[in-house]
Design a protein around this ligand. Structure first.
Ligand code: PXP
Length: 270
């Protein structure tokens, strides 16, 4: 039995597209510390303590998703995160009126708009920005007017990128879930196809003037392929890191992820 993190196939991508690219930041999503806390109801383990530890280990930002069903992060967690952390807080939320008001009150650095279904285990697909222009427009405007940087969590598709530009969002986060799923279940050709979609969307989006982030399903095995795309300026990672923290500790997990990302930028792919 290996005591190392399981390896997943990620496609044999070679080359060094990110050499000389600006750094890629690591945003750590601490939702699942709250999942564990809520399993017993009390105050331990505290996601704010985890966030501070992630920062001390080198995380460049903290992400938390206040879901409508409050299954992990709570309103109070969001307020405490904003008061306590010193790196940017990325407030993940559904584009509802209620969430908008809470987010405006917390006043985080950024807000990432995501689709949300009560029955899903995690955010399953990207936000249909192209199909929801009218619904999103005034929400994005209100967040932007309040000085909150809006990012839209989208599938890596040209129509969604174009819609994000029309809505005036400065940032998109490309959903990497299909790439992760392909690696778990399908052939090298489909893994490559999903990777190519992300790489193309990152290039196109950057050409359109968008800042490109990426996230979902990233692990020690696949992060270098994504952080190796020169236009990707931030990756947001949660579930794998919290799981790995059980074995390596949170500090070491953050440090290792940071190192893998930095190496992908300098061409030291492992
Ligand atoms: N980015 C966004 C917008 C997400 O919704 C999530 C999942 O909450 C993540 C990143 C992190 O995904 P994972 O937990 O699979 O690393």
């Amino acid at each position: 039995m290996s005591i190392k993190a399981p390896e997943i196939p990620t496609g044999a991508f070679t080359g060094n597209p990110a050499k000389d690219a600006p750094p890629c930041r690591l945003g750590v999503n601490i939702d699942h510390v709250a999942t564990l806390r809520n399993a017993r109801g009390g105050v331990h383990p505290d996601p704010v303590r985890a966030a501070l530890l992630c920062e001390a280990a080198g995380a460049d930002g903290i992400t938390a998703h206040l879901r409508e069903d409050r299954r992990h992060i709570t309103d109070d967690d969001m307020r405490r995160l904003k008061e306590s952390i010193s790196t940017p807080l990325n407030f993940e939320m559904a584009a509802t009126e209620d969430m908008l008001n809470i987010c405006l009150a917390v006043a985080p650095h950024g807000a990432c708009l995501v689709p949300e279904k009560r029955t899903e285990r995690t955010t399953e697909g990207g936000l249909d920005v192209a199909g929801q222009h009218n619904l999103l427009q005034h929400k994005i405007a209100r967040l932007t007017d309040a000085g909150i940087r809006v990012s839209l969590f989208i599938d890596p598709e040209e129509a969604q990128l174009e819609a994000a530009v029309r809505l005036g969002a400065p940032v998109v986060e490309l959903h990497t879930g299909a790439y992760y799923e392909a690696a778990m279940t399908t052939t090298p050709a489909s893994i490559k196809m999903e990777f190519d979609k992300i790489e193309n969307a990152a290039r196109l989006g950057a050409e359109m003037g968008l800042e490109i982030h990426a996230g979902h399903g990233l692990t020690f095995s696949n992060v270098q392929n994504i952080a190796g795309i020169s236009q990707v300026r931030e990756v947001n990672i949660g579930h794998f890191m919290m799981g790995e923290a059980l074995f390596m500790g949170l500090h070491e997990t953050v440090r290792e992820m940071k190192k893998l990302i930095a190496d992908a930028r300098t061409g030291c792919l492992v």
